[in-house]
Design a protein around this ligand. Structure first.
Ligand SMILES: [Zn+2]
Length: 239
């Protein structure tokens, strides 16, 4: 695990320096990748077949991506996270529709902007601190490797926030029948990882709002009340 962590860190630093990211953002983004496999670090072996270097952050060429066009004004105050939204072309979902959802989630008054950061979506050529991708399960597994996303879940790896088409379309049991709500949670969860919230958290108590960093795909709501946002309406951190 230490070997892979070091490799990923090195790749992250090289990639981010190359595009001129500010040091504070570089520090936040250069941590180990995070995925949804609760306790799944046992899959980070060092045995045969696991020594190949992982894909570098943002290195997703050859898959075929459609980039959402246009952009947004910055929202929030604090260090700026520029982001691009890309949809794997084979999925056939309008990238601008996905971007509309992502934009709204990141601009929401109960969203991560409460951390003291700001967000701005940009078009193709601008440098970015995050690329939010909607990808097929097979592509997710490749972009998230050596993490084991198992064809099911999503991850954050380097500057890539990789959303799994399977979850985007099918949701999770805890939010069955409410796919729009689940998509908000999915975006908040993975962007939370990108902002440095590396650890999953448990339900703090029965009936409490579920922290967005709970691994609901694997563990459900654990008695917590459904919640899609990292902050409450009065600005309290939920998680
Ligand atoms: Zn997670």
């Amino acid at each position: 695990m230490a070997t892979f962590g070091a490799s990923l860190l090195a790749l992250s630093v090289v990639g981010l320096v190359a595009i001129g990211v500010r040091p504070d953002i570089l520090e936040r983004l250069s941590g180990d990748p995070v995925h949804e496999w609760w306790g799944g670090n046992e899959s980070w072996g060092t045995g045969p077949g696991m020594e190949a270097p992982p894909p570098g952050p943002g290195d997703a060429e050859g898959f075929g991506w459609t980039v959402a066009t246009g952009g947004t004004e910055p929202v929030g105050t604090g260090p700026l996270y520029r982001y691009r939204v890309e949809v794997e072309t084979a999925i056939g979902i309008d990238a601008n529709e996905v971007a509309r959802v992502v934009d709204a989630v990141l601009a929401h008054p109960r969203g991560w902007r409460n951390e003291g950061v700001s967000f701005q979506r940009v078009d193709t050529d601008a440098p970015v601190e995050m690329i939010i991708r909607l990808a097929t399960p097979a592509t997710v597994d490749q972009l998230c490797a050596p993490l084991d996303t198992n064809g099911q879940v999503s991850c954050r790896n380097g500057i890539d926030v990789v959303l799994n088409q399977r979850r985007w379309e099918n949701g999770v049991d805890a939010y069955a029948g409410d796919i729009e709500s689940y998509r908000i949670l999915l975006i908040n969860h993975e962007v939370g990882h990108a902002l440095g919230h590396a650890e999953h958290v448990p339900c703090p108590g029965p009936g409490q709002p579920a922290p967005v960093m709970m691994p609901v795909y694997y563990e459900g709501l654990q008695g917590c009340a459904p919640n899609l946002w990292p902050y409450s309406e009065d600005g309290r951190y939920i998680g």
